[in-house]
Design a protein. Structure first.
Length: 212
C-alpha cells in the first residue's frame, strides 16, 4: 500500500497505512484495493463514519482521501471505478459515501478525474473549504512594508526546529485557534508528539524565539 502511494500522482503521507494506522482502533477500516485483471491500479482509503454506521468516509482520520492512483485511472476508467466503489459499498449495506477529494496542489500531475467522475455519477457537493498555500519555488514578491518587517524580526528573532519547544507552543496554538477561529487543534499534544516521531520528514516544528 505505502509503496503504491510513494509512486502515485495524487497521494500524500496522509494516505499511507503508516499514518492511517496510527489511529489504532478509533475507526472501522473499510479501505479498498482496486485491481484491473489482477493488476493493482488504485487505492481507496476509507472507514465507517463514527457518527453514522451507514456512511463511508474517505477518510475520517485524514484531511482528505479519494481514489489514489498512478495515472491509469483517468476519464472513463475513473467513472467506471467510482461506480464499482459505489456498488461495492451498497452491497455491504452502506447508504452514502463522503468523498473528500485531494486538493490539486498536492498532485504531481494534474489529476481531477475523480471530481469529474463524481459529477457523472450525480454526486452532491455538501462542503467546500478554502485552502492556502505558498509555492516555495515561485514565491510572490514581498512589498517593501513586509520586507522591513522581516528585517526587524530577524534582528531579534531566532528560528528553531527543536521538538522540545512543542509543549510551550501548544497553549499558544490553542489560544490562537480558539480566539480567532473558535476552533481547537485537530490532534492532541500527545498525538502530535507521536506524529513528529513517526514522520520526521513530513512534519516539522518551527518556532520563533526571543531570548530563548
Amino acid at each position: 500500500w505505502d509503496q503504491f502511494c510513494q509512486l502515485s500522482q495524487n497521494a500524500t503521507f496522509l494516505h499511507t497505512r503508516s499514518f492511517l494506522n496510527y489511529h489504532g482502533n478509533r475507526f472501522q477500516d473499510q479501505s479498498l484495493i482496486i485491481r484491473d485483471s489482477g493488476v493493482l491500479i488504485g487505492l481507496f482509503p476509507a472507514a465507517v463514519d463514527p457518527s453514522n454506521k451507514r456512511v463511508i468516509v474517505s477518510h475520517p482520520g485524514a484531511t482528505f482521501g479519494g481514489v489514489i492512483h498512478q495515472g491509469r485511472l483517468t476519464g472513463s476508467k475513473m467513472i467506471e471505478t467510482l461506480k464499482e466503489i459505489i456498488n461495492y459499498y451498497k452491497k455491504l449495506g452502506f447508504s452514502k459515501i463522503l468523498y473528500k477529494a485531494v486538493p490539486h496542489i498536492y498532485c504531481t500531475v494534474p489529476s481531477q478525474d475523480d471530481s469529474y467522475a463524481m459529477f457523472r455519477t450525480h454526486a452532491k457537493r455538501v462542503r467546500c473549504d478554502l485552502s492556502s498555500c505558498v509555492d516555495l519555488q515561485f514565491q510572490r514578491k514581498l512589498n517593501s512594508r513586509r520586507r522591513r518587517g522581516i528585517q526587524k524580526s530577524l534582528a531579534v528573532l531566532t528560528i528553531s526546529n527543536d521538538n522540545r519547544y512543542l509543549d510551550q507552543l501548544w497553549p499558544v496554538l490553542q489560544d490562537n485557534l480558539q480566539r480567532k477561529h473558535y476552533a481547537m487543534p485537530v490532534h492532541s499534544l500527545e498525538e502530535m508528539k507521536v506524529l513528529l516521531t513517526k514522520f520526521p520528514k513530513n512534519i516539522q516544528l518551527k518556532v520563533g524565539l526571543i531570548d530563548d
